[in-house]
Design a protein around this ligand. Structure first.
Ligand code: GUN
Length: 288
């Protein structure tokens, strides 16, 4: 079997068009555009690239894009003061503080300071708790995008065997919660898991989100499975250049899977599209 490649770029474009239409309707109804403000502390090059893409996508959807770039020497108190000002700013519907933060800043404290109604990352404990208990929530963008791609491939996933590899608050745990809410049978694997190969072999849905290049071997994949690769690992090549690879051995997995996401061009574009969708959702909730 050769897998159908899930084109995250194309799917993300469609979602962005839907969001842009929703933004136009919001402007007509409320006389203002939804606003997303991104905060970047420090000079991490990868983070700077993400922040720039988010700003461009926000403006392209017709929303107001705000950006605060703070020096790496910014104190926690200064960052908390900025978050408080953004919480109080009625033109700001979504606040995203880019992670990772410099080590002298307590990430949990900063996330907890964001108004849960403006938490478009879905990282605040209130949103995480609402997701875990089945209440409507702002849901983290990467797992939201993954679920959309899984459901488009498989349709109803009720009762399906799903394996999530990685237990981060950003991807693994919310992914497991979303799949559970759709009545999949969910296994959450992590660095202490024994016999990862055996778990992968049983799974009809695999979401790999650990950040280890080629961790999931193609030969482990259950024939026909839907494989979602969240990994974005930059590896050095012999010629001194580098390339992005996922957590799944792509070529070998493609020979067995039914569906697979490429890296790049799979999950990444969907994450930004879901961020725009969350910002529109936050604006609608706040306007209601
Ligand atoms: N750093 C890497 N991914 C993310 C994300 O989804 N949100 C934020 N805020 N920071 C990140």
């Amino acid at each position: 079997m050769t897998a159908t490649i899930i084109d995250g770029k194309a799917r993300a474009l469609r979602l962005r068009e839907t969001v842009a239409a929703g933004v136009a309707a919001f402007v007509a109804a409320h006389g203002r555009a939804p606003g997303l403000t991104v905060v970047l502390v420090g000079e991490d090059p990868a983070s700077a690239v993400y922040v720039r893409s988010k700003g461009l996508a926000t403006a392209a959807a017709g929303m107001v894009s705000g950006e605060h770039r703070l020096p790496v020497t910014t104190s926690e108190a200064e960052l908390l003061a900025l978050v408080a000002a953004l919480n109080a700013d009625a033109t700001v519907d979504g606040i995203l503080v880019q992670l990772p933060l410099p080590r002298h800043i307590d990430t949990d404290r900063v996330i907890a300071a964001i108004d849960p109604a403006k938490d478009v990352d879905g990282f605040h404990p209130v949103n995480a708790g609402r997701l875990a208990t089945g209440l409507d929530a702002l849901v983290p963008c990467t797992p939201s995008g993954c679920l959309m791609m899984i459901e488009e491939a498989l349709g109803d996933i009720s009762g399906r065997e799903a394996l999530v590899i990685g237990r981060s608050n950003i991807v693994g745990k919310p992914m497991a919660a979303l799949l559970t809410a759709r009545s999949a049978t969910v296994t959450l694997a992590h660095s202490r898991t024994r016999d990862l190969a055996g778990h992968v072999a049983r799974a009809e849905i695999v979401v790999a989100a650990v950040g280890i290049p080629d961790l999931v071997k193609g030969a482990w994949v259950r024939p026909g499975a839907c494989v979602i690769d969240v990994g974005m690992n930059r590896v050095a090549l012999a010629d001194g250049k580098s390339k992005l690879v996922g957590d799944v051995e792509y070529a070998a997995a493609s020979e067995r899977a039914g569906w697979i996401t490429p890296v790049p061009g799979g999950v990444g574009p969907m994450t930004i599209a879901c961020l725009l969708a969350n910002t529109l959702k936050a604006a609608r909730m706040r306007a209601a």
